[in-house]
Design a protein around this ligand. Structure first.
Ligand code: ASP
Length: 330
């Protein structure tokens, strides 16, 4: 059904915009943007406009590029005739960019991310169908108030909960803790969870000031950690740290002195879990256990993965929140 409203598609690159080069047997960006040929099929569902903002593999994305994309999406959503925006993106980092926009685009209108696991000229290319499904979701009235979503393989996931779980399978995107919030069939877009997007934050261009965004490294806990590995955190002017801890939120005792020093230097330390399911909690009272870390001032982030906790922390830092305010937002 054709309506007066339109969806704006913003392309940023990724496999969905790439092709297989048979001479080198490698996937790369070609001379033509293949998504332009999918466009006419979309007219069965809605009017659309297509903008080529970037054409990068998603490992090349940066928070500053996310910021630029966020501003572009906000601009398009401010147009009264635009019902939603679709962003095409590489799958490797789509969850970070989608979550960035979830936290920074204040509009009630949907922002729907999609991509592909197989490039445009490969057998079973999934880009065209994913794009069509994403546009159908962006045009749907029940998509409002849900923030950023990732549409892939007929499923709708929140930007907050979705993660890439497989290196090559087209069913790679899963929300391990809570599941998809809806699905797309031949005839319908259906949601089976109510909207629950969380807070948004205004950065007013602050992320792009001076040399770039805040420095927030991610440190993963492993057995037998040598605190010397973390010396960089103490020697460099970092703004925050995400600690990917074991289980419910525990680290080797060897790194507790580093954590203590960071906190004494007023560097926020946010703790997530290596587990992709369940909550981080201050359960254990031993050396390096969650209770000790919490008492030291570590901020417990219950259920975001490390890459998303980092995105959130750098947004909160760029928004100039104090450590107490940052703790309250996690
Ligand atoms: N490496 C690719 C990228 O993220 C993977 C993809 O798009 O599926 O750009």
């Amino acid at each position: 059904m054709v309506t007066e409203e339109k969806v704006v598609i913003i392309n940023t690159g990724g496999t969905i915009a790439m092709e297989l080069d048979e001479t080198t047997d490698s996937v790369r960006t070609g001379s033509v943007q293949p998504l332009h040929s999918v466009g006419p099929m979309l007219q069965r569902f809605t009017q659309y406009e297509m903008i080529d903002l970037f054409n990068v593999p998603s490992p090349h994305m940066t928070p500053n590029m996310m910021h630029e994309l966020s501003a572009a999406v906000h601009r398009e959503l401010s147009r009264h005739e635009v019902s939603g925006v679709v962003v095409t993106h590489g799958t490797d980092t789509i969850e970070e960019t989608a979550f960035y926009l979830n936290l920074t685009v204040p509009s009630d209108k949907p922002v729907v991310f999609t991509g592909a696991m197989r490039s445009s000229n490969e057998l079973g290319a999934d880009g065209p169908v994913n794009l069509i499904q994403a546009v159908r979701v962006a045009a749907h009235p029940f998509s409002r108030g849900r923030g950023s979503m990732v549409v892939f393989n007929d499923e709708i996931h929140t930007a907050r909960d979705v993660t890439k779980t497989h290196t090559s399978n087209v069913a790679t995107f899963q929300s391990p803790a809570y599941g998809p919030i809806g699905f797309i069939s031949k005839k319908e877009v259906s949601f089976h969870q109510p909207p629950n997007r969380g807070n948004t934050y205004s950065l007013d261009g602050k992320l792009l000031e001076s040399s770039g965004h805040p420095e927030v490294p991610v440190v993963k806990a492993v057995t037998g950690m040598n605190p010397k590995w973390l010396q960089y955190l103490l020697d460099s002017p970092i703004d925050g740290v995400v600690l990917e801890a074991f289980g419910a939120g525990n680290v080797p005792p060897t790194i507790v002195p580093v954590v203590r020093t960071l906190i004494e230097k007023n560097v926020p330390v946010v703790m997530v879990s290596r587990c992709f399911n369940g909550y981080v909690q201050d359960v254990y009272g031993y050396e390096g256990g969650g209770r000790q870390l919490r008492n030291l001032g570590v901020i417990l982030c219950p259920d975001l993965n490390a890459q998303k906790a980092r995105i959130k922390l750098l947004i909160l830092l760029a928004a100039r929140l104090s450590i107490t305010q940052i703790a309250a937002e996690f």
